[in-house]
Design a protein around this ligand. Structure first.
Ligand SMILES: Nc1ncnc2c1ncn2[C@@H]1O[C@H](COP(=O)(O)OP(=O)(O)OP(=O)(O)O)[C@@H](O)[C@H]1O
Ligand SMILES: [Mg+2]
Length: 290
């Protein structure tokens, strides 16, 4: 959390801004208070996106869908104005660090905590999918750790950025290390897309590393569709059941906790790692099955 600077707003609609929580691909996020005293996080959209009328239409549509999500492990979407200048979105403030910050500060989570985390995230995905939404950007920075469990944020709104950001230099959205192969290759995004990200988040929580490593975006975008695990993504101290659960979610055919008949068609078959890949980037049997 940072103090407000001279360029930061003091008020957004009826919300009184008190501090800056951070910045992401869509804009800045502020801590604010509603007239009734509720703490909220107000995401204020970047000026260049706000100027794009197509973005506003998509943003309005995705925010409406996100408002229908209700669950114990999702931060509620409370209010939004896609027509404001700039557009904004208010969600319930979650007091607690993101999974990214928690792992950076304390290292990988203990096994019991990983199990509780993943159970909460799976329940959050059920609530999101029940509302007809695919999260599309489940990753450690979109998981906040509150005392009563994890809270998923930013569900669905990444869709508003589609066709917008790809054409804008220096404004990559999302973390390629947690994107599914079908997102990287432009395939159909389904509920199963979020299951891939769930597995990647599980591996991150248990090992402290993304399953596809870090590094330049092109390197990650190469590894993900080929299921090429990063060096060290299977460290010996990680409990095998956790890694098995994580890697089962990142296969082509993924488990899904949804009722029969829901649209969870598997994503297209993945290409394989090229022979020229360095040894650490070659697929291993434990992570490349279907
Ligand atoms: N509801 C909330 N409660 C508490 N903190 C929040 C909430 N929503 C967002 N934040 C915080 O605001 C900061 C910026 O969030 P933002 O979603 O813009 O960035 P990001 O997740 O890192 O990137 P991306 O744009 O790819 O999602 C993060 O540190 C996040 O933890
Ligand atoms: Mg976010």
């Amino acid at each position: 959390m940072e103090q407000l600077g001279p360029g930061d707003p003091r008020q957004v609609a009826q919300y009184r801004i008190s501090a800056r929580l951070g910045a992401g691909g869509m804009g800045l996020v502020y801590l604010a208070r509603s007239p009734g005293g509720r703490s909220v996080a107000v995401k204020v959209v970047r000026a260049d996106l706000a100027r794009d009328p197509e973005f506003r239409i998509r943003f309005a549509r995705e925010v409406e869908a996100a408002k229908r999500v209700s669950g114990v492990f999702t931060a509620p979407v409370i209010d939004a104005d896609p027509n404001a200048d700039p557009p904004w979105l208010a969600t319930g403030y979650v007091p607690g660090p993101s999974l990214t910050s928690a792992v950076a500060e304390f290292g990988p989570l203990p096994e019991d905590s990983v199990r509780m985390l993943v159970a909460g995230l799976a329940e959050a995905l059920v609530a999101i999918h029940r509302a007809g939404l695919v999260h599309r950007d489940l990753k450690p920075s979109n998981v906040l750790l509150a005392v009563d469990g994890p809270k998923v944020i930013d569900f669905g709104i990444a869709k508003a950025l589609e066709n917008t950001v790809l054409t804008m230099a220096g404004s990559a959205i999302g973390s390629p290390g947690f994107m599914s192969p079908e997102q990287v290759t432009g395939g159909a995004v389904t509920f199963a897309t979020d299951i891939f990200a769930l597995g990647a988040v599980l591996v991150f929580a248990a090992t402290g590393r993304s399953p596809f490593g870090t590094g330049p975006t092109p390197a990650l975008l190469y590894r993900v569709p080929r299921r090429c695990p990063a060096e060290g993504s299977t460290i010996p101290s990680t409990p095998p059941p956790l890694l098995r659960a994580g890697t089962s979610c990142t296969r082509t055919r993924r488990p899904h906790p949804f009722p029969a008949g829901s649209s969870t068609s598997p994503p297209p078959t993945a290409p394989t790692c090229a022979r020229t890949s360095p040894p650490s980037a070659r697929p291993r049997p434990s992570t490349t099955g279907r």
